[in-house]
Design a protein around this ligand. Sequence first.
Ligand SMILES: [Fe+2]
Length: 293
Amino acid sequence: MPVNTRQIGPCFAAEVDGLDLTKPLSEDESAAIHAGMDRYAVLVFHDQPLTDQQQLAFTQSLGEIEHAIGTSLRAPDEYRLPTTFADVSNLDKDNRVYARDDRRRLFAIGNRLWHSDSSFKVVPAKYSLLHARSIPSRGGNTEFADMRAAYDALDAETKAEIEELICEHSQIFSRQQLGFFDFTDEERERFKPVRQRLVRTHPVTGRKSLYLASHAGGIVGWPVPEARAFLRDLIEHATQRQFVYAHMWRVGDLVMWDNRQTMHRARPFPAHEPRDVRRTTLVGDGPTVAQAV
Ligand SMILES: [Fe+2]
């Protein structure tokens, strides 16, 4: 069956028809998906009733899995899903909705700030694949912003200024913006900052993009307040509505995005309602900048 892509919203998101993701992909289908990701950066697949096994198999047919170990405040014995999944639901391991003041929930509210997945890891994520198993009665959209278009829209002076800049990313920086300072010594050690280039070049298309995230809390060689004000301005620029696609979830949707070329954020929803969305992630090709590990 041919794979069809149809642009939705701004020019970087498309719906994909003609694929049943519960079945193994042919080589042509896999190539069509990669080509679609290079062109658009966000692909939407509707009506995909995937099991965990099927989501994992689909993801692995596109590349190498990134494991989610130690990236949230769930203790090792509190995981609801295997570490081949990033559990971005609001559910504990017995599928109960977190209490409103549960610190694991409050930490996860950091996902409502614009970010790129795993930019706080030395080797950051390539694609994320998020599948909706259950959704709240209202809210809970995911918004995406095109960091290529945002880069293109900068003036030449700014492009020259940022070309070689290196940022420091940590989940501590994003959470601090929301007033979450409640980290243990072990967590502070685990969430130590890593370095990322501010401008990335796509390995296939050669297009440049801004590599931003609310996890970025500093620029190497810059005073902190100046760096944070500068990064805030860049994020404000990059998330103007003309660069944004808002995805309204349906159960069975799988949305795949390229973290190298986009940022995203979750939108609020009623705190007492379950939102079971499961993310698999492909690891990137390598660090964006050489650094001590
Ligand atoms: Fe995310």
